[in-house]
Design a protein around this ligand. Structure first.
Ligand SMILES: NC(=O)c1ccc[n+]([C@@H]2O[C@H](COP(=O)([O-])OP(=O)(O)OC[C@H]3O[C@@H](n4cnc5c(N)ncnc54)[C@H](O)[C@@H]3O)[C@@H](O)[C@H]2O)c1
Ligand SMILES: [Zn+2]
Ligand SMILES: [Zn+2]
Length: 363
């Protein structure tokens, strides 16, 4: 069938809407009518990074919609179900068996390559392939082909445009706090970069009952939002020494730090802001180099690690966060600004300038 998709034709190129062919779902696939899709930085950084031969391509990996067709082998999903789309995992390898689905051995082909395991593409322009399958969805389109492992069925009474970002950005920030760091009331957390991922982490830290939480960002509006979640805001341009300042606020150094800026120099500051034995989770993707302070690391027993999607299994984490939202413990609705899909370039510009935190595109 034909669907309208935001197609990118070359590395870094614009999103151009056109009608392209999308396959009928195979036995292990579902066809989802997309209602909304969040825009995540990863859509843009991968668009800018891939070589020309991997285009044309459809991005989008925070989709939400209604199931229109279900392949014969798919269990647990029915036509008419409302679903959130997240990242894919094979659910068969050793890491998936350990519950570490973000570290699935088949992650690359399932989420990034742009085709199915057998090399076929889900989308076509006449006879020519259009690369899709981005995070097993390519949700910048009116329809998406997805899978039982990355579709999370939700209550049809919920507003899909407010839940779409749970599939990546919100899950990553919240999961880093709830799964990876698990701060107690005696422990402190500093978050460098209070955007969509950072603010979700800060909201989750409050829900988890963390001790002192500090947000570092260049944008006053974001520091104000962070303050609404109980964090102390620091604008690095208004203090002499951001590391010393964070150390002072956290009584000698933070137990935990998260970086979402993907700025190498900031990642280093995040490490240096830690207390002895502290842990930094570097979430931001795309810096050319990530310098570390090796002496500080080795002398103080610090840990620097990354996390894919906050070590979440979307089938467990998305219902958990939706439950927290219903209980008033994860109040991230106000981070979202809705745009018509046709205004995707405006949404990107507004996200880059910082006027919106999390753009969500709606059909
Ligand atoms: N690890 C994962 O699984 C995963 C998942 C989703 C997103 N990401 C990555 O996380 C990062 C953050 O995504 P986002 O959607 O929250 O982006 P965002 O743009 O909303 O947030 C980044 C924030 O960093 C701030 N910032 C930039 N430079 C700064 C500096 N020098 N000092 C202080 N603050 C600074 C910006 O003002 C902004 O608020 C991206 O790199 C994205 O690719 C990773
Ligand atoms: Zn796997
Ligand atoms: Zn993402």
């Amino acid at each position: 069938m034909l669907t309208t998709a935001a197609v990118v034709n070359e590395p870094g190129g614009p999103f151009a809407f056109e009608e392209i062919e999308i396959d009928e779902p195979r036995a292990d696939e579902v066809l989802v009518r997309i209602v909304a899709s969040g825009l995540c930085h990863t859509d843009l950084s991968v668009r800018d990074m891939l070589p020309a031969e991997m285009f044309p391509r459809v991005f989008g990996h925070e989709g939400a919609g209604v199931v229109e067709q279900v392949g014969a082998d798919v269990e647990g999903i029915s036509v008419g179900d409302h679903v959130l789309l997240s990242f894919r995992s094979c659910r068969a390898c050793e890491r998936c068996a350990q519950g570490l689905v973000g570290y699935c051995e088949n992650t690359l082909v399932l989420n990034y390559m742009g085709f199915r395991m057998d090399g076929s593409t889900t989308h076509h322009r006449g006879e020519d392939p259009v690369y899709g399958s981005f995070f097993g969805q390519s949700s910048f389109a009116q329809h998406a082909i997805a899978y039982a492992d990355n579709c999370v069925v939700v209550d049809p009474g919920l507003d899909l445009s407010l839940l779409a970002p749970y599939g990546c950005g919100f899950q990553t920030g919240a999961g880093t706090v709830l799964n990876v760091l698990r701060p107690t009331s005696a422990q402190s957390l500093v978050v460098f970069g209070a955007g969509a991922v950072g603010l979700a982490a800060i909201a989750a830290a409050r829900a988890a009952g963390a001790g002192q939480v500090v947000a570092v960002d260049l944008m006053t509006s974001r520091l104000e939002t962070a303050a609404g979640f109980g964090a102390v805001g620091v604008d690095p341009s208004s203090v002499d020494d951001v590391v010393a300042h964070v150390k002072e606020l956290t009584g000698g150094g933070a137990t935990y730090a998260i970086d979402t800026t993907a700025v190498g120099a900031v990642v280093k500051q995040a490490q240096q802001s830690l207390a002895i034995g502290g842990t930094l989770v570097a979430l931001g993707l795309g810096a050319e180099e990530y310098p570390i302070d090796a002496v500080d690391l080795l002398q103080n027993g610090k840990i620097i690690r990354s996390s894919v999607e906050g070590d979440s299994d979307p089938q467990e984490m998305l219902p958990r966060l939706i439950g927290m939202r219903a209980a008033g413990d994860f109040a991230v609705d106000d981070l979202i600004t809705r745009y018509d899909f046709a205004d995707i370039e405006t949404a990107i510009a507004d996200s880059a300038s910082g006027t919106v935190v999390k753009p969500v595109l709606v059909w």
